[in-house]
Design a protein around this ligand. Structure first.
Ligand SMILES: *Cc1c(COP(=O)(O)O)cnc(C)c1O
Length: 369
């Protein structure tokens, strides 16, 4: 399966010298694995979030896997999350042998219905896993109150929310730990795979470091199972150090594009993204909605405008999760919005002309359906 990474080539043209200098620096350092670039990035990424520790890992899925294991989630435990998310959130829960338990999402923001979480808690619940989806945060204060009342840790899935803020707090600083992906399309993306888990907890930090390194504490001595080889690469870490300094720029560009879409489309019947109170949205995905989604997308394709859906199938309806036995209809809002949502192009280097092409085509199509 080949995936086209939107906007990457335009961005590379702008940042090429910096990126190549980073690669050269690593290749000349004589340290290719767990060297100064990973350590430097971990320090800078943790500092960016005002958090004590950061652990670089190989991708966002494993950032969640290791995060869950580091906070003590074991096979047979339950983890409460949402089904309207990128499947890897749930793949990670499943792969530690835990059972995902889903609550529904809000009709306007598509984010976790925190008011449904308490009813989903059982004696097997071991973790709450909010997903700050599309670039804005879940309503954290009530979730933190539930977590405190029941003595449950929160692991934030921040794969789509680098730099997002919630009542002034930065995404990734609110849970016991937080998992990030640096997949190339993400708000902070590497030139390949990468991830990180950050935490204020010393014990969680130490566990993360063991888990990504075969379960070893000292070299050649395994102290914990199951271990993994889940390290962030030096080259990606050095690239990420440079790109981290540009994160505010990336977010500003995304917000400018979002403003443009609002200006150009708010008089149409397309439902535009809603930002929840207290949130600073970073627009990882610009998700819009219309009941005639499929018809609109087909008409756009005829005009050579190819849009994406994030995500077309709620995780609990996917074949690989049939064993969970969750019946269709049990998450009504999640299931309904999956049939109506689609995404407009969104990445920092998206040109004005490319925005115009989508806006014009969409307005034309809407006038005919
Ligand atoms: C991208 C993503 C992940 C997985 O990250 P990878 O680096 O692709 O493994 C997990 N959760 C969410 C919400 C994501 O968007």
């Amino acid at each position: 399966m080949v995936q086209y990474v939107w906007g990457y080539l335009d961005e590379y043209e702008t940042e090429r010298e910096e990126i190549l200098a980073a690669v050269d620096q690593v290749f000349r350092s004589g340290k290719l694995v767990l060297g100064p670039s990973v350590a430097g990035f971990e320090r800078e990424f943790a500092d960016y979030h005002g958090v004590a520790h950061g652990v670089g890992v190989d991708n966002g899925t494993n950032a969640i896997v290791l995060g869950l294991q580091a906070i003590g989630v074991k096979p047979g435990d339950e983890v409460i999350t949402v089904s309207n998310t990128a499947a890897p959130t749930v793949v990670a829960i499943d792969s530690v042998g835990a059972t995902p338990v889903f609550v529904d999402v809000h009709e306007d923001t598509y984010l976790m219905r925190v008011d449904q979480v308490e009813a989903a808690i059982t004696e097997r619940t071991r973790c709450l896993l909010p997903v700050h989806l599309y670039g804005q945060c879940v309503d954290m204060a009530p979730l933190e109150a539930i977590a405190a009342k029941h003595g449950l840790p929160i692991l934030e899935d921040c794969a789509q929310s680098h730099g997002a803020r919630h009542h002034g707090r930065i995404a990734g600083s609110m849970g016991l730990a937080a998992a990030f992906s640096f997949y190339p399309t993400k708000v902070l993306g590497a030139y390949g795979d990468g991830g990180a888990t950050i935490t204020n907890d010393e014990g969680v930090d130490a566990a993360l470091r063991r888990l990504r390194y075969y379960g070893m504490e000292d070299v050649y001595h395994v102290v914990q199972t199951p271990g993994h080889n889940s390290r962030l690469d030096e080259v990606q870490a050095e690239i990420l150090r440079r790109k981290l300094t540009r994160l505010p720029e990336y977010v500003a560009s995304r917000r400018a594009i979002a403003d443009r879409y609002v200006e150009a489309l708010s008089d149409t019947e397309i439902v535009l993204p809603v930002t929840a109170e207290g949130n600073d949205h970073v627009y990882y995905v610009y998700v819009v909605r219309h009941p005639k989604r499929d018809q609109i997308m087909a008409a756009l394709r005829e005009r050579d405008v190819h849009l994406n859906i994030s995500y077309p199938w709620p995780v609990h309806t996917q074949k690989g999760f049939a064993h969970l036995g969750i019946k269709p209809g049990s998450l009504p809002v999640t299931e309904r919005v999956a049939d109506e949502i689609f995404s407009l192009p969104m990445y920092p280097s998206l040109s004005r002309g490319a925005q115009d092409k989508v806006i014009d085509a969409l307005r034309e199509v809407l006038a005919t359906i």
